[in-house]
Ligand binder design. Sequence first.
Ligand SMILES: [Zn+2]
Length: 460
Amino acid sequence: MSLLIKNGRVITATDDYIADVFVEGETVVAVGKNLAAKADREIDATGMLVMPGGVDPHVHLDMPFMGTFSSDTHETGTRAALFGGTTTVIDFVLQQQGHSLKEALNEWNGRAEGTAVGDYSFHMAVTDFNDKTRAEIKEMIEKEGITSFKTFMAYKGALMIDDRQMTALMQEVKLQGGLVTVHATNGDMIDYLVSRHRAEGKLSPLYHYLSQPEVTEAEASGRFADIADYTGCPGYIVHLTCEGALNAVRNATRRNQKIFVETCIQYLLLDASLYERDFEGAKWVMSPPLREKKDQLTLWAGINQGLVNVVATDHCPFMWKQKLMGKDDFSKIPNGHPAIEHRMELLYSEGVHKGKISLNKYVEVACTNPAKIFGMFPRKGTIAPGSDADIVIFDPQQEHTLSANTHHMNVDYSAYEGRKITGKVKTVLLRGALAIDNDKCQLEKGYGKFIRRDKVSGKI
Ligand SMILES: [Zn+2]
């Protein structure tokens, strides 16, 4: 099967030109003006943007958490991602304390294999680092193609590791050519603030926000950067939300150390005033919480300064009845919200359409950088001969409104209900196959492939 996309405006992280894209099988074969190639199918992309499929490196599908499971499976989550122009996601495998990495991987493989519609990979979350875990790091990188290891400096008693384990893990990951990623907030401070608020009877969602002040994130981000610098291990801070934390990174990178920063679309667009809406604020209970307007400005600037490398989602949806588990106590509200479907369109509308970032920067932070940092480039994250034909054809003018009534995520509310945006995904290809067309998903479950990733040492 071959396919020719004619006359689109091809955008990569560095290019912007009108051209045809010729796809054969799963791969882009040629990009150029007036290609003479004969194809089985032609798509006229006049007036459209032709961009690489989005890569969302931070999603939680079918994840056991706080006594329940996130409500999107690998099937519904990756399908919703495709509707929004994201063709590859990286999900998190969570090691259980006292158990091996391999056991956890088997469990996640069991849920994802044969069900994912879009392509996916895994980060391995290390929650218990000991001599046995150490021996598994090399195997994960070389045998399984899992090259990034997630750590939590928070969620004390469940997922958190201490600095001793962090140092030891970083030494091993550095040795084996991988990358350590982190949820960087001070778990002890947060643990104390949560218990103090509960003891004082302050139980509404607002106190979720007030239990995780900016300093908890700034402190941990700086500490993580310091340990990474000492060990020489490349580091990646997930869902960075605020000025204090970004300044810690700004300072750390003066040492020329490899610290990459991800923010998420919600931290660019939404703010903490939503927590003043009584229990409705539970829709946006996530960790870290939404911040202030001044932090949004810092994050947009950070993208343009090259300090914020990636815009992801931390997609972790829960049905409203699951959120109600915390009706009388904010600390029991499952943390997370739905976003996987809307990242690309929201970032376009708010970022490019409103003039905050360029089109090239848009592709860089939503597609190219996540593919590069996590060892999938140039297979994913760009449009070039030899790359996977993961392509989004995007109408930059079309206006539409986001709503739970029309979204494809398996969750009964929208974090952006009624929001009007400009720019819409029209057609999506995944490895050369028509994935989204005419607002319909054309792929069956099980089409999505696990993407093995390369070592990152020497490449980032
Ligand atoms: Zn997360």
